[in-house]
Design a protein around this ligand. Structure first.
Ligand code: FAD
Length: 434
């Protein structure tokens, strides 16, 4: 009886209550918390985030290529929590949305009026047999993990010859361009080190083409061809055997379904593009769809089942590519729609599906891909499909600054306004007005 009473008391009076609870203190969570900490009274916003270090993940590509240090991509979470918001350093293990409540590791409950779920996507090296162990052995690395990204650069600098394989998984992945970016930078370094002729570079992807967005396929095929990279499509890495330095790929059919056929390739260097899934607590929650990602309206970003809950970032089931660039547009939508919800009105602003992937194709050139599911959504009037130095400078200098000073502080809402202006300039140019 006492236990039941305790349970009831715990349910009715959770230790903490927030007007807005944000789950996850990554790009999306910090951006959302910053926006609403400015709007709501002090102490109304709580952020649940377990990690002490916050990483600027888009910088990992440069770290793995020796073009940025890991330190430059890392800041202490406590320095980034917006003033007026409270950081709860823990993780959510259970969502109980029928009671507007989450449970933390350790059993503490926290309740909310509104919630933003911004838990990102988890790296699932464990889905590839032997991958977790292999990452601790020579030759195997991944720019995706802060613990193995510097190893990639070391491996490239020590590489003497053999197969250098870069893989892309069969399923969701954050920054779908990152595995091939790593491959291209490696090519540049090996050429600089004058050992490129000893290398057979393979880009093995589960997709049926080099990149998912049609408009960038030809430019990227050209890059791969010029660099003599062996692009193998419909190949899904399923096993790594470190005793034989062998990577096993399952061959996929035209619909992307697994076949019985496999291919084994010996590696000297193996860079893993890991499959990603929604974090466990989200996967098993009432917010998840069949895939485990958060089921939201892909326009308003509101939970399809619980209207006082919204999503932001990689953890949602929206069809956009999972990028920090998308988060900027999510935040713009969230800002308006969550405010409307708090005012008791129906959210109606729509996310435009924007995503971007600065495809680093060498140590100083970038193809600046910007798109949504309808095709390209480029911001500048310049030719973004051509590898360019200006785009590399944006990737190396402008984008990190935008992230630290704009996105996570809730000031950067994506380039839609700039795009409108630049299109105006462009159309005037074409008409000969300017
Ligand atoms: C190698 C690499 C290269 C990339 N390159 C680019 C690029 O060039 N351009 C670009 O735009 N994007 C790029 N990205 C993608 C970009 O980093 C992500 O899309 C972005 O960080 C997503 O933001 P998010 O807030 O959804 O998730 P994250 O920033 O990953 O944050 C999620 C947070 O949720 C927390 N969390 C997870 N589970 C729980 C829990 N149970 N309870 C509480 N908190 C939890 C995590 O600790 C984490 O801090 C790249 C990513 C990688 C890995």
């Amino acid at each position: 009886m006492k236990k039941v009473t305790n349970q009831l008391v715990k349910q009715q009076f959770p230790a903490k209550h927030f007007k807005l609870l944000v789950v996850g203190g990554g790009a999306g969570g910090l951006g959302a918390a910053s926006k609403f900490a400015r709007k709501l009274p002090r102490g109304s916003v709580g952020i649940i985030e377990p990690h002490e270090d916050h990483y600027y993940q888009p910088g990992f590509t440069l770290v793995g290529g020796g073009l940025m240090s890991l330190k430059e991509t890392t800041r202490k979470q406590e320095k980034l929590i917006p003033s007026g918001a409270k950081w709860i350093r823990n993780e959510v293990v259970l969502f109980t949305p029928t009671q507007n409540m989450v449970t933390l590791d350790g059993g503490e409950d926290i309740s909310y009026d509104y919630m933003v779920v911004a838990m990102g996507a988890h790296l699932r090296f464990d889905k590839i047999k032997g991958a977790l162990e292999a990452l601790e052995t020579p030759g195997v690395c991944s720019n995706y993990s802060p613990f193995h990204v510097e190893k990639h650069y070391r491996e490239v600098m020590n590489f003497q010859g053999g197969n250098a394989i870069y893989t892309y998984p069969n399923g969701p992945i954050k920054c779908a361009g990152a595995p091939q970016k790593a491959c291209y930078i490696t090519d540049s370094i090996l050429r600089q080190r004058e050992v490129r002729e000893n290398a057979h570079m393979i880009y093995a992807t589960s997709l049926d083409k080099i990149f998912g967005v049609e408009n960038y396929v030809k430019p990227l095929e050209k890059v791969a061809q010029e660099k003599d990279i062996d692009v193998r499509t419909r190949r899904n890495l399923i096993e790594i055997d470190t005793s034989k330095n062998s990577a096993t790929f399952q061959l996929l059919d035209e619909d992307g379904a697994a076949t019985e056929e496999t291919e084994k390739i010996e590696y000297s260097l193996l860079h893993i593009g890991p499959p990603c899934s929604a974090p466990k607590a989200l996967r098993k929650s009432p917010f998840a769809d069949k895939s485990g990602f958060m089921d939201v309206d892909d326009g308003t970003l509101q939970s399809n089942r619980f209207p006082n809950v919204f999503g932001v970032g990689d953890c949602m089931n929206t069809p956009n590519a999972k990028t920090a660039a998308s988060v900027s547009s999510h935040l713009k939508t969230l800002d308006r729609n969550l405010t409307l919800a708090m005012l008791g009105r129906k959210p109606y602003f729509k996310y435009d599906g924007y995503a971007s992937c600065p495809l680093v194709v060498s140590k100083n050139r970038v193809i600046l891909a910007e798109f949504n599911s309808n095709g390209t959504l480029e911001t500048t009037p310049l030719n973004q499909k051509k590898p360019a130095y200006w785009a590399f400078l944006m990737k190396k200098y402008l984008m990190p600054a935008l992230y630290w000073n704009g996105l996570i502080r809730g000031y950067w809402n994506g380039p839609a306004t700039i795009r409108k202006f630049s299109r105006l300039v462009d159309s005037k140019n074409r008409k000969g007005i300017l």
